[in-house]
Design a protein around this ligand. Structure first.
Ligand SMILES: [Zn+2]
Ligand SMILES: [Zn+2]
Length: 328
């Protein structure tokens, strides 16, 4: 059935679409279940859904997605986190933690982490509702187009988003009309109350929006995106929410932000694992600090952030840059 040079139906990636979403859409467009499609296209031995396929797709799989759909390989690669290599993190490795990428946890193909977010209005307005790769990024807490908060779970039943499961494990369900649907309760994901993106400083809001828009258009043109600034932004988020440095930060910055930080300190986890509201507040504070280099420098001088912590875990050039620019 899927043996020809091209698959009978071979959708191309929609703007910003993730590989996992493209695979699911391709299966449904060919009228087969996701599991059947994957077995036929990639072989029974290769289990797609117990790994993070957007991150760990092997080269041969990308080649199949490219040749069987007549899509240039570069376009297929850009549906994976390879797109963010050297832009958001140094190199794409398959082990452990990647800066900014929210990890999917697997328990028998069920994603239990809230690693996939969505914008209810984008889904509602799409001709074909689909999931974007960028919706997996920890700083993508609001939609730059609709200026509303992203949603990271089903608003009706609380299940994590897992669009590959809509018919998986349901022998009777073979036809899927839309991915705008919760795999667990089958209600529409887009039908929910929307919450405006609350960012106090217009300056921060503009910078953040422009960063997200750059990501949305696949970095062409790169606009105001700076690898260094993003790495610093991440580092500040990490330090603010750490047990050791968080309290010093909380005292230093204004009461509103300070209180939020103090509340967060009881649970010191990586930014990428925090709930969306916490990420939003942390990144907002970090943005306002990194935007003001003089303020950041004085915090280093006062040892609220010791210099060696500011460049901790940074790779060579980035570390040198940080030392050069923040040494007092
Ligand atoms: Zn949107
Ligand atoms: Zn649900």
């Amino acid at each position: 059935m899927l043996s020809g040079t091209l698959w009978p139906a071979h959708p191309h990636p929609l703007p910003g679409e993730s590989l996992s979403c493209l695979i699911v859409r391709t299966a449904h467009a060919n009228g087969v279940k996701v599991q059947t499609f994957c077995d036929q296209a990639f072989g029974n031995d290769f289990q797609i859904w117990n790994r993070d396929i957007d991150r760990n797709a092997p080269e041969w799989l990308l080649k199949i997605m490219s040749s069987k759909a007549g899509t240039p390989i570069k376009k297929i690669k850009n549906t994976t986190f390879r797109l963010y290599e050297k832009r958001l993190f140094p190199i794409l490795h398959t082990a452990s933690y990647l800066r900014w990428i929210m990890p999917i946890k697997h328990h028998h193909r069920l994603n239990t982490g809230y690693a996939i977010q969505y914008c209810p209005q984008c889904l509602a307005q799409d001709d074909i509702p689909y999931f974007r790769l960028a919706w997996r990024l920890a700083f993508y807490t609001f939609c730059p187009k609709h200026q509303i908060m992203m949603v990271d779970r089903c608003p009706h039943c609380g299940a994590s988003i897992a669009f590959h499961r809509i018919e998986l494990g349901r022998p009777k369900k073979s036809h899927v009309d839309t991915l705008d649907c919760c795999w667990q309760c089958e209600k529409k994901l887009s039908s929910t109350f929307v919450e405006g993106a609350n960012i106090a400083s217009i300056f921060v809001k503009n910078r953040w929006t422009s960063l997200l828009k750059t990501i949305d258009r696949g970095f062409y043109p790169t606009g105001s995106l700076s690898y260094v600034n993003l790495a610093l932004l991440h580092q500040i988020c990490r330090l603010i929410s750490s047990k050791k440095y968080g309290e010093g930060f909380a005292k230093y910055i204004s009461d509103k932000g300070g209180n939020t930080i103090v509340n967060m300190l009881s649970c010191p986890v990586n930014l990428e694992l925090r709930p969306i509201q916490e990420r939003h507040v942390l990144i907002e504070i970090a943005f306002s600090l990194t935007a003001n280099r003089r303020k950041l420098k004085s915090m280093v001088k006062l040892e609220i952030i010791p210099l060696h912590m500011l460049y901790k875990d940074f790779e060579g050039e980035l570390k040198e840059y940080t030392i050069k620019n923040f040494r007092n």
